[in-house]
Design a binder for this molecule. Structure first.
Ligand code: BGC
Length: 510
């Protein structure tokens, strides 16, 4: 080899070494960055951990807060609102009733025919419509006019095909799923909005009156004779089918629970009610808070950037409005550590773009190469083809967020059972004599509605599993969770029917 050849060979060898070391360096950096991404996941897992011991602390905190909210107005973050529903439907209700269900991204209008015998809901027709986004943040008149005119169209369509006697006044049960301070079973004042609704002029006003006025403006002859929360409708339908139903929970866009409480336990209104007996209490558990809740930096940021900061803390960890957004925030964090997602798309920074049904679809993707995950990330967040290890990571994130939500909801339910002495421990005041109360544990049914529980299999499985872990194998079989499809809407019609025959109770506003 001549001199020139030697120089060339040495030059090539040096260049090869440089390229190799650059490549090795890059690989090492990528490896380190990947480890940081995995660390983001591990920290999330740690921050969201819900071992049974922690869940039991949440159970106790829930029961204690419920008690505090019943003692005095403002005594707890749980509002424990009176509903004036003393008698749940018995099954003898008869006739045709309308109901309007407003509370999430859609609203529904129902016409329910009741046959007078338990389980004989002869039929119901439903019209479901999305609420245009601009009406969720406009004026109350715009929102209610839109609803009333849709109601009028529905009534006209329905009564074209079936008879309506002119002498009968149409009666409507209104399910309005926001915190309302009821003044009777058919009237109440909006305390605040949740779930992305912001219609300022409505806060502090009587919700039924707003609807009744809009109905009249639209020339429809119909009386609003029940105003209820969606949880109360679900409890009503649950009780109609099964008298052991003592509580109802909604886990959908928002989350909440109600239950049947002894009147003497509602200390804050003792002596003020005109009707004795039990009463359904709307807990508004979305606003529950306890230091035992596992809160992460993602929850803190989500809350701070929401339209209602420092509000609805439990709801923001559990419900469908928020879960997808928590996942989106974790993905942002991961993409800051490593360009695993390719060039970061601006879509990733759009709040609420990753809706919970999409997150559920990714979580439940059972294709071997997680094709659905890749497609959702591409279609929704404009990520190009995501490698398989990153797809797996995204599924893990969905799993952690959903598991925490489902387990916290389970703890909330057991908290209610504890408050009313149906968790096998003998209620919040006791805890002693457990053996004796276990043997007396009565069959207890909790009615549930909402897409997260009904449509999201893994959420449902996690919730059920946590119920058994908290209650124990012995007690758990006595507690039955029953899905009440359309409970919030049908329940409103049932309550409209039972209120049309019974006297209406009121109370002074405290
Ligand atoms: C509301 C509750 C409602 C729940 C479920 C919450 O945001 O405050 O009144 O029951 O969502 O729809």
């Amino acid at each position: 080899m001549g001199k020139v050849g030697l120089k060339l060979a040495v030059g090539c060898a040096v260049a090869a070494c440089v390229v190799a070391s650059v490549m090795v360096g890059r690989r090492v950096r990528r490896k380190r960055a990947w480890r940081r991404v995995v660390k983001v996941l591990e920290e999330l897992e740690e921050g969201c951990a819900t071992p049974v011991a922690r869940l039991r602390q949440v159970v106790d905190a829930m029961a204690v807060e419920m008690h505090a909210g019943l003692v005095s107005e403002g005594g707890s973050k749980l509002k424990m609102l009176l509903t004036f529903v003393h008698n749940l439907p018995s099954g003898s209700e008869e006739g045709t009733y309308y109901s309007l269900d407003l509370g999430g991204t859609n609203f529904r209008i129902l016409r329910v025919q009741l046959g007078g015998q338990r389980s004989a809901i002869i039929g119901h027709d439903v019209d479901r419509q999305p609420i245009p986004q601009h009406l969720m943040t406009g004026t109350s008149e715009e929102l209610f006019d839109f609803i009333a005119s849709s109601l009028k169209d529905f009534v006209e369509r329905e009564e074209n095909v079936s008879e309506h006697s002119q002498s009968e006044r149409r009666e409507l049960g209104f399910t309005f799923s926001f915190p309302v301070k009821q003044t009777s079973s058919s009237s109440g004042i909006l305390i605040k909005w949740t779930k992305g609704f912001v219609i300022e002029d409505m806060v502090g006003r009587d919700v039924s009156e707003c609807l009744q006025q809009a109905i009249s403006r639209n020339g429809l002859d119909m009386r609003v004779n029940a105003l209820i929360n969606d949880t109360v409708g679900t409890l009503a339908l649950g009780h109609y089918h099964d008298e052991d139903t003592v509580a109802a929970v909604i886990i959908g866009t928002g989350t909440n629970a109600c239950y049947l409480e002894r009147a003497d336990a509602i200390i804050k209104c003792q002596g003020l009610l005109t009707t004795p007996g039990d009463m359904v209490v709307n807990m508004e558990w979305g606003n529950f808070w306890s230091s035992h809740l596992p809160r992460t930096s993602y929850d803190i940021d989500l809350d701070a950037e929401s339209p209602n900061p420092n509000d609805q803390g439990f709801e923001k960890m559990i419900s469908g409005m928020y879960l997808g957004d928590i996942v989106r925030r974790v993905i942002i964090r991961m993409s800051e550590e490593l360009d695993v997602f390719g060039p970061v798309s601006s879509k990733l920074h759009v709040p609420f773009i990753l809706r919970t049904p999409l997150m559920a679809a990714m979580h439940e993707d059972d294709t071997p190469d997680l094709r659905e995950v890749a497609q959702i990330l591409r279609d929704t967040l404009e990520f190009p083809d995501i490698p398989q290890n990153v797809r797996k990571l995204v599924v893990r994130v969905c799993d952690v967020v959903t598991r925490r939500a489902a387990r916290l909801a389970a703890a909330g339910i057991v908290g209610i059972l504890k408050k009313i002495g149906r968790d096998g421990s003998g209620g919040i005041a006791s805890g002693k004599n457990e053996g004796a109360s276990r043997s007396k544990m009565r069959r207890t049914v909790v009615a549930v509605e909402g897409g997260l529980y009904t449509n999201y299999t893994l959420f449902r499985e996690y919730l059920n599993e946590a119920m058994t872990q908290i209650l124990g194998e012995e007690i758990a079989p006595s507690v039955i969770i029953k899905v009440m499809e359309d409970g919030s809407g049908i329940g409103a019609a049932l309550l409209a029917a039972s209120h049309s025959t019974s006297s209406v109770d009121t109370v002074q506003i405290l």
